[in-house]
Each structure stands twice: as C-alpha cells, then as structure tokens.
Design a protein around this ligand. Structure first.
Ligand SMILES: [Zn+2]
Length: 545
C-alpha cells in the first residue's frame, strides 16, 4: 500500500474507484478529498479507509474510472452562454427553417427590435449548404434589423441591420474586414472580420445581470460533459464584469481563465491605452475566475486564413492579416513589459510565420519570457520549419482538433485536400517537443471524449478520416487536455493531475478511456464531475452526502 501524505486528517469524500488515472503516470484506486483539495491517494481500494469518519461521504465507484476534470485551452463560454439567450438558428436544417425562425422572432418582437441569432450555426448543416442571402433575410424580417453571427469572424445581416449601422452602398470595407458584395456591387448581406463588429456595435446585447445568469446555466452544460476549467478565448472588459457578477453569485460551474480582446481596429496608441487602462495584469483573480491575458486575432477563420499559397477555390486569394506586424510587435512589447500574457489567433501558415516574427521581436526587446507567455492559438496549418521555430522560441500552441472535426468539408473546399489533411498535425507537434494544450473552440458544449476520439482517429463530423498519420494516443490526448492546459494557465502546481495538494477537479466515467476501444469514446459522458471538491454534475446522485 502506498499513501501520501500520511497525515491522518479526516476526509469529506472518500472515493473508491475501478481506476484513478493521475495523468502523472500513476494509477490509484482511492482518493480522499477535504475541502477544495485532494489530500490523499492510494493504489489500494481500501488504502484510505482509516481516514474516513462519520462526516465522510464514502463513494463506492468500482464501476467508474476517474481522471482530472478536462481543462479546455480555448473555448468561448461567454458566447456559448449568450447563445442560450439568442435565436437558436443552429437547430435549422435548411435555409427555409432558418429564415422561418427569423420570421417568427420578428413577429414576436417589438417594432424595430434587433433579431440576434446564436452564433453556433453553420451552412454545412443547412440542406442548401449555403448561408441565407440578404434578400431572404429582408423577406423574413423587413422591419427588424437581423444579425446572424456565425462563429467569431463571419455574419449575415439584412438591409435594416446595415442601415442601423450606417453602412450605405458606398461604405468602404473596414480595416481587417469585408462587406460582402454581389457581382453588381450591391451588398449580399455577408460580413467578415472587422465588418462583423462594425454592425454588432449597434445591436444591443443582454444586460450584465442577464449575462451572469446565462453563464451559470451555460457553464453547467460544460460541467455535465466533464469540463472543470475553460480558458475563455475572447471577452471585452464589460464581459469581464459579467463574469465577476457570476462569480460573486457563485454561479460558475467551471473555473474560467479569460482573455481580454485587443482589437485590430484600434490604433497603436489606443491599443496601448486599453492595456494601460486595464490596471491589472495576467494572473489577477481567484481560483474560480482568474485573468489569463490578452487576445489578438491575426487572421481569419477557414475563410480569411492567411496562407502562403492561394486558396484552392480562389487562386487570387490567400487570406488576410488583420494587424500590421510592426504595430502588433510594439503593442505586444508594451503588453509583455506590463506583465501580460498574450494569445494570438493564427490559422494559416502565413499568419503563423508572421506571428513567430512578431513574438521573436518581442522577446528580442524584453528578454526571455516564461513558457506559455506568448501563445499561438490554433496554428491549423504549419510545416516542420514553423513548428521547430515555435519550439525554439518557447511559444506554446493551443490546439483544437474539433475545428477540423467540425469544418473539414469547408476546409477541403477552401484550402484543398493536401492542406486539410495536415491541419493540426498533433503527432508532429508532439514529436517536435512543443508545449501543447488541447481545447475545442466550438462555441457550444462539446463532449471532450468526442475530441479525444478525434485526436486518436482523425475522424470528422462529415468528411471521414483526415490525415490519419497525425493521430496521437488517447493517453497523450488526455495529457494535453489536463496537464497541458494547467501549464498553459500557469497552474501546474494546483491543477491538471490527481495529486495530493492539488485542487479536487475530477471526472468519472463508466468506461476507462485509456483501455476502451476509441469508437466507444465519442458518446461517452461522465457519471459525475467535481470542481474544487464540489459536485458540478451528479445526475445519479453518486456523490450525495
Ligand atoms: Zn476562438
């Protein structure tokens, strides 16, 4: 029997399980929790029994396997929560269903009220495999502005929304953005990059109190899938206040590590003034809610990714950069001097190369920085030279396999099969020795076990297997999703593994994901989730005291 530490303090919970994978190489059979922390582990099922007393809840879970709760390196909990307050067009399966929902919402709305849809929709889920047009949205809601954002970089709108935002026929494209047009020059209703914000700025959102409530139910849906921590990938300062409200009201069912947006529409002076005005720096907060750092967006999504080679379906287009690299270098240098960590969205290989140049210039100015200070978000398309350069520079990478899972068909069309098959080549990143942290970026609760299955099989939602040679093992996938993200969050001493002295963030499954057939993983959901010694998901009342 091994037991550490030997200190005989009584437990709040004693959990005896089929297996407890520490993610540091050990497998235990029992774990003891006291308050918010793990205080004892044993390789023996009954090795901690003498630490149980009248007040200890003993959980006999021989049928379950325990892991550290998942820590998502990059997800938009605020957007996902806000979506629960919005028109759920992600449920539409045709353009007619989509516009029919808009029509119904317009009928129920006050005159002139904005119709705001959820952003989790995608045209690949619509029978026509295209986005609704300006004309269709005008017909659905002639008198109400309609803003249908899709993900973080794209939207479709109607004429009333363009009018409300003051966008006329002659309005030029904003920096880093595009107002979509038909062949005759008239607007087609699509907006990309900065143009999305140009219109969204005029759409009134929910108030802070309403958002805080939505964060409560939104975070519960993630906890129900075994998530314990979310690195919130982009919020505004106002949204940080909504998070603080939610934390004060004890509504957050996951730990949150927000990134604050520094928009490319800002001038250099305005960006530095915004950072100065924040007052705090990375690491400010408590164990539930702690600021991770700043967020920059260097290129677009599948459409708009800055590539070294032109798009497969548009030989004149190789995407766009949102920032002048020299300006971004100066802003990031000032941020790093003030103690800020920086995560930058870079999808295409040209964006990744440009970002490496920016980060290398920052380090040349301010000197060596700790690991996970300057971070590359996504790096969907890379080559061996870029990967080696990221490792040499000490720039960690957050990887989101579900982006390939979700959008492989769109990538095949836009980037072609060769680039799609080598999106997020996890085996190559691991072999290069990169600092990696796994996440989702799906903007709705996404089962981490579907993500693990994808990393292990390279399976996708609707485009089969893509680049099977880039698969990694389930054990490595789980490490990137637990210890990897803990390191990204500079919390490897407090989270990421089942270790005495660390916070008690645990998830339990009716199968052992390390031993199971990968094809049994995608639908696997937890029996319970614990965050900080408290049940955040326990449908079977296995943790009842
Ligand atoms: Zn994102």
């Amino acid at each position: 029997m091994t037991r550490e530490p030997a200190e005989p303090r009584l437990l709040d919970y004693l959990i005896r399980a089929g297996a407890i994978h520490s993610m540091t190489g050990q497998t235990y059979r029992s774990v003891g929790l006291r308050g918010a922390e793990i205080v004892a582990v044993s390789a023996d099922l009954h090795g901690l029994d003498d630490l149980a007393a009248g007040g200890t809840a003993v959980v006999d879970a021989g049928d379950l396997t325990l892991l550290p709760a998942f820590a998502d390196s990059h997800e938009h909990l605020m957007e996902a929560s806000r979506n629960t307050l919005l028109l759920p067009v992600d449920r539409a399966r045709s353009v007619a269903e989509f516009t029919g929902m808009v029509t119904d919402a317009a009928r129920a709305a006050q005159p002139g009220e904005w119709i705001l849809t959820s952003i989790g929709w995608h045209e690949s889920n619509l029978a026509e495999n295209r986005v609704p047009t300006l004309a269709e949205l005008d017909a659905a809601a002639p008198d109400h502005p309609v803003l249908a954002r899709r993900g973080g970089h794209f939207a479709v709108v109607n004429s009333a929304a363009l009018a409300a935002a003051g966008i006329g026929a002659d309005t030029p494209d904003p920096p880093g953005g595009k107002i979509g047009r038909l062949a005759d020059g008239s607007r087609d209703g699509s907006l990309e990059g900065g143009a999305v914000y140009q219109v969204a700025a005029f759409a009134p959102g929910p108030g802070r109190g309403q958002l805080a409530g939505a964060l409560g139910s939104g975070s519960a849906a993630y906890a129900a899938l075994g998530v314990g921590t979310i690195r919130e990938a982009m919020i505004t300062v106002d949204e940080l206040l909504a998070y603080q409200d939610a934390n004060d009201r004890d509504l957050l069912n996951v730990r949150v590590r927000p990134m604050l947006r520094v928009g490319s529409e800002l001038t250099e002076e305005a960006a530095i003034a915004l950072i100065d005005g924040l007052g705090a720096r990375s690491g400010f907060g408590d164990e539930r809610l702690r600021i991770w750092g700043l967020k920059f967006v260097l290129d677009g999504g599948v459409e708009g990714a800055a590539m070294e080679q032109p798009y497969a379906n548009d030989p004149g287009n190789s995407g766009h950069l949102n920032w002048d690299p020299a300006v971004m270098t100066r802003v990031c240098t000032e941020a790093a001097r003030r103690g800020w960590r920086i995560g930058t969205h870079a999808v295409g290989d040209r964006a990744v190369r440009t970002l490496l140049e920016v980060y290398e210039a920052v380090v040349a100015e301010v000197g060596p920085l700790p690991p996970w200070t300057l971070v590359i978000e996504h790096a969907l398309v890379s080559d061996a030279a870029l990967r080696d350069r990221a490792v040499r520079g000490g720039f960690g990478v957050t990887v989101q396999y579900p982006l390939l899972w979700n959008m492989a068909s769109e990538m095949l069309d836009t980037w072609g099969p060769e680039r799609t098959q080598r999106v997020t080549p996890l085996n190559q990143w691991v072999a290069a020795g990169a600092d990696l942290a796994a996440g989702t970026d799906i903007v709705r609760p996404f089962n981490p076990m579907t993500n693990v299955w994808g990393m292990v099989t390279r399976g996708t939602k609707s485009a089969g297997i893509q680049g099977p040679e880039h698969a990694i093992s389930a054990g490595t996938a789980l490490e990137l999703y637990t210890t990897g993200t803990a390191a990204l969050n500079h919390e490897q001493d407090r989270l990421g593994s089942v270790t005495p002295g660390k916070l008690a963030d645990l998830v339990a499954y009716p199968l052992d994901p390390l031993a199971a057939d990968p094809d049994d993983l995608p639908e696997l959901t937890p029996a319970f989730t614990i965050v900080g010694g408290r049940a955040t998901h326990d449908p079977g009342k296995r943790l009842a005291r």
